[in-house]
Design a protein around this ligand. Structure first.
Ligand code: C2E
Ligand code: MG
Ligand code: MG
Ligand code: MG
Length: 285
């Protein structure tokens, strides 16, 4: 404390780096409290079958309702949760919550419904217990593994040591599906398609958002789709925001679309309504 005082004599403001460190400490404290205080919630974004316009899947996306900060988006706290290891209990909560929700939608509305969850590399590296707990949860819910899709990025595969490999294999052994998220933004995506049995590729939004007729990105998307299909992999386009993008993807034979043009991520109750309408054919998105 004496040292602190001494320093403050020379420096009356908090230097930016200390400010930054302080902000991170506060955010981490709040994250920890949020986890204890059940401030997290999952929102669900429809994944639409492009050919029919029907909602057939969804992606679970975490939201943090912090009493003072308001709604904090994952972009603002996932990295810190990863660095601090909090992502492990947080990610376990996400998986458990998602499993329960998809079980409910399957029983209530759509027997073949699938739900995606995002899994960070840290979860696959750090935790010994998580994957076993997830699989036990599926058993308890009498839910087949195929109801869940684990979305990983190339980062997982890039950093995949033996432990991560073993965990991915355990997921696949339980019939949980794998999606390669943000496809095309990493370093060497193609070799991973060979190494792992990937079920879905999600074409990154940065390609989809520049889809206009005759554009380079249209050629790239077309090529990704053809290649994926040859390998028996289904394709989801992320970040579809316009009708033109949707049409180009349709013509290119893309299987599924996700994006604001169909629907934003919404709370569970609202998603249930959307799904109900889509199934009844009242309203194609
Ligand atoms: P992601 O997995 O690639 O998820 C897609 C992101 O794109 C979501 O942002 C979604 O809201 C947004 N998005 C969807 N459609 C559109 C569109 O048409 N236009 C635009 N501009 N954006 C669109 P969100 O929810 O903020 O999540 C950001 C990232 O945070 C996710 O990217 C994922 O990497 C991570 N994340 C979210 N939830 C979780 C979680 O439960 N666990 C972990 N480990 N990561 C998560
Ligand atoms: Mg994702
Ligand atoms: Mg993505
Ligand atoms: Mg497979």
């Amino acid at each position: 404390a004496a040292k602190e005082k001494g320093r403050n004599q020379f420096c009356e403001f908090t230097p930016p780096m200390e400010q930054e460190a302080q902000n991170r400490r506060l955010l981490l404290r709040d994250l920890q409290q949020g986890l204890d205080g059940q401030e997290f919630e999952l929102h669900y974004q429809p994944i639409v079958e492009i050919a029919s316009g029907r909602i057939v899947k969804a992606e679970a996306l975490i939201r943090w309702n912090q009493p003072l900060r308001g709604v904090v988006s994952p972009g603002e706290f996932i990295a810190l949760a990863e660095e601090s290891g909090l992502i492990v209990p947080l990610g376990d909560w996400v998986f458990q919550q998602a499993a329960q929700q998809v079980a409910q939608w399957r029983t209530m509305l759509a027997p073949a419904f699938e739900l995606s969850v995002n899994v960070s590399p840290v979860q696959l590296h750090a935790s010994e217990q998580s994957v076993q707990d997830w699989i036990a949860r599926l058993d308890a819910l009498q839910l087949p593994g195929s109801a869940l899709v684990v979305e990983i990025t190339e980062r997982v595969l890039l950093e995949a040591g033996k432990e991560a490999d073993a965990k991915l294999q355990a997921l696949q052994k339980a019939n949980i599906q794998l999606a390669l998220d943000d496809f095309g933004t990493g370093y060497s995506s193609l070799s991973y398609l060979k190494r792992f049995d990937i079920d879905y590729i999600k074409i990154d939004r940065s390609f989809v958002s520049h889809l206009t007729r005759g554009s380079d990105d249209t050629v790239l998307c077309q090529a990704i789709i053809v290649m994926a299909h040859q390998l028996g992999i289904h394709v989801v386009a992320e970040g579809v925001e316009t009708q033109e993008q949707h049409e180009i993807l349709h013509e290119a034979g893309c299987d599924y679309g996700q994006g604001y043009w169909y629907c934003r991520p919404v709370p569970a109750s609202e998603f249930t309504e959307r799904l109900r309408e889509s199934l009844a054919g009242q309203k194609n998105v």
